[in-house]
Design a protein around this ligand. Sequence first.
Ligand code: ATP
Length: 890
Amino acid sequence: MDAAQARDWHAHHPPEVLDILETSEHGLTSPEAGERLSVHGPNTLPATAARHPLFRFLEQFNNALIYFLLAAATAAFVLGHAVDAVVIIVVVLVNAIVGFIQEGKAEQALSAMQDMIAPHTRVLRDGRRQEVPVGEVVPGDIVHLEAGDRIPADVRLLETHGLLVDEAALTGESVAAEKHHAAVDMTAALGDRRSMAFSGTLVAAGQGVGVVVETGSRTQIGRISRMLQSVERLTTPLLRQIDGFARRCTAVVFTGAVLLFLFAVFVRGFEWTDALIAVVAVAVGVVPEGLPAVITITLAIGVRRMAARNAVIRKLPAVETLGATSVICTDKTGTLTRNEMTVRHVATADHVFTVSGTGYAPDGAFTLEGEGDAAETAARDPIVLCGLLCNDANLRPDWSADGDPMEAALVSLALKAGLDPAGVRGAWKPVAKIPFDAAYRFMATLREGPAGEIAAFVKGAPEALFAMAGADFDSAAWNARVAEAGARGERVLAFGMKRMAPGCGRIGFEDLADGVTLLGIMGFIDPPRPEAISAIAECRSAGIAVKMITGDHAATALAIARQIDLADDPEVMTGAELDALPEDRLAEAVQRVSVFARTNPEHKLRIVRALQAGGAIVAMTGDGVNDAPSLKQADVGTAMGRKGTDVAKEAAEMVLLDDNFASIVNAVYEGRTVYDNIRKVISWTIPTNGGEAVAVIIAILAGFAMPMSATQILWINLVLSATLGLVLAFEPSEPGIMRRPPRPANAPLLSPFLLWRVIVVSLLLTGAALGIFFYGLAAGRDLETARTLVVNMLVVAEIFYLFNVRYLHMTSITWRGALGTPSVLAAIAVVVAAQLLFTYAPFMNALFESRPLGVIDGALIIAVGVALMLLLEAEKTVLRRLGWFEELKA
Ligand code: ATP
């Protein structure tokens, strides 16, 4: 293969291309593909270079606060306070290391998510259609393209059916290009190479088959070496809010610190170096600089927990939004139901058959309803044949479906009727087809029969087929049959056939406008997923409304809605009815109606908008190309991992690996937990910082000895923020989390209750710290011992307060509450060990000017801690009785 050929694939005829690539329409064998993969390399583009770890580490120091601290350390060193300088440097370093590790963990968790939904594509290998990761596609592979696919490599098309490709990613052209397999002129510009489908572009409609000609960086998109997917920024509205808060905090604290410093030196006559270091320490203590990192971790843990439950987050903000979701709009087929279809009823003009069996294994038989003799069994043959010939699916040897489940059920039905699918399909050669599309709800194939006759076989939604039927068609009778099957919860498909002129080689919509002979209808059963039923019950208790939005018939949808207990008395509205409603009436209707049937993707968009106009936070599922706008519009666009198209996945915030409704509800559960934990982190962190700062500020203002030295303040921050501050991110959900209504979308993070909590706890901690300080001095201890008491008091109080914060919605005094989680216990063990070192190790005594404490002192400190916790528990109970705060009511 020389370079010239490589550029001119579009100008060659398909057989030449296949020859050059040493392949055929039947594709490669697996060993050949493996060999080519080692020659050509993986079909990937070079990733954008990740930030070097060293830079990531250095970035930790790029922070006004750190500059401030480093300046203070330098000043301390120059002025002969070498120990203080060293402690400050150590604190800065440890802080940076902790921040670096935390950030790395969060980034890792998120990039692992991306790998979980690495795209796959359908190729023909070993004569079978297989799904392989896009990275393993090699030149010579035969690929199948369908609406919604992202084209995996540069492909020379061999066969197309209404194939439209959106090439905006490559050419910037927004109108989808029509594709065909005929060679085009050698000099054609990229946008005019109709016989090619280029890597990274999107199939907007139709189907096609092609041979891969170039992969990886040799593709057109690889040549211009532009990354297709930009790396998601690791931020969310909440994180930005907190970042902003931390930054504003820094500014305020900086000003306050300067004033406090001046006051300490000029009014209180402190040594200016001492004052500087103390003020810097307080400033560092007050600013919750570690908060954004801890919250990122909390989000990342949520992302991981969601992934473990089959919900992969593509965009980080969805983690937050999920917790506030108030309406879930879901598909029916495959999401609420299993998407394992079996034909149960076959109705022709004069006969109705019941078919036994479940699943795709062809174990089952036809029973004629009513009276009739065996000869009449033949009445089923034309419709069964049509079902087999208007069909792209196959059954695997283990009787699983390869292709559309409804079509697989039709293959199984043909086997039950004694037909040989391969033989029949071989006898009726494919000529042309109109692929299925949810927009027109039917599919047609044109085939040439054994005697050379040409016929079109059509199957689709009954309305679509009835509209094609001839004049002698009894619409009332057929509609009654459809309604009957629908009421049983069956998905109904109608079948028709039309003889075409000999030699006819193509088929279009106009050929089917009338004169199609209706062969009959079939009813498919698709049992509800048991876990969807319990998930719906959970939603109902959690105040989340569930709306079924389906392309299916109203009667079928309603019957399924009843089976899964979607709402008390589910009301159904069809897409046509919805079209007739003006916007203002629609807003009201979407509240009331829980089943939307015979909808198309535009209806979905209108429904989301109407729900959002009413203040709802909407999660919406989708899988097709045309679902992308409504997925983007929804607050949590949710794409199906299995049957979803690449386009839908890329538009979505979340991808369900198992296409299961229950996974959405699990994600909401985890989302609520994440939000709770963020609130816990905040309501624990801020008073920690507040308490010690207020104590020191009071000391400076009132002019008594500092209750802690500067290095001791830094020590407290270091010990606590790297341990206890982090465990709240790992907290499991509080019981009853799905029995609360969704949080209002505009609820502030710092709710009135949390604000109250922050203030009360800060003051209590200040009180405890100063109380024990003066107790120590009054009992005749030296200043160093009194300060050691204070440091231990604050740390112990924080440990007890942690237990308190772990349950914001209920009492913490339970077995579960007292036992804690492994991470809580581990963190406490670390803190206790650190405090013991701080208090008793001679080198720590030297470094921090701490002093060993007696048993009585220790007992006193713990007693105060317990008292503090009991006080806050009592406060929770009293406040709940008083009913002041919303979140304590539930
Ligand atoms: P749900 O929203 O419950 O998942 P859906 O959106 O998958 O349903 P569509 O796939 O849009 O439903 O199908 C709508 C209708 O089109 C079906 O009720 C059926 O009548 C018809 N239909 C679906 N698949 C095919 C097919 N492969 N061939 C012909 N007609 C089909």
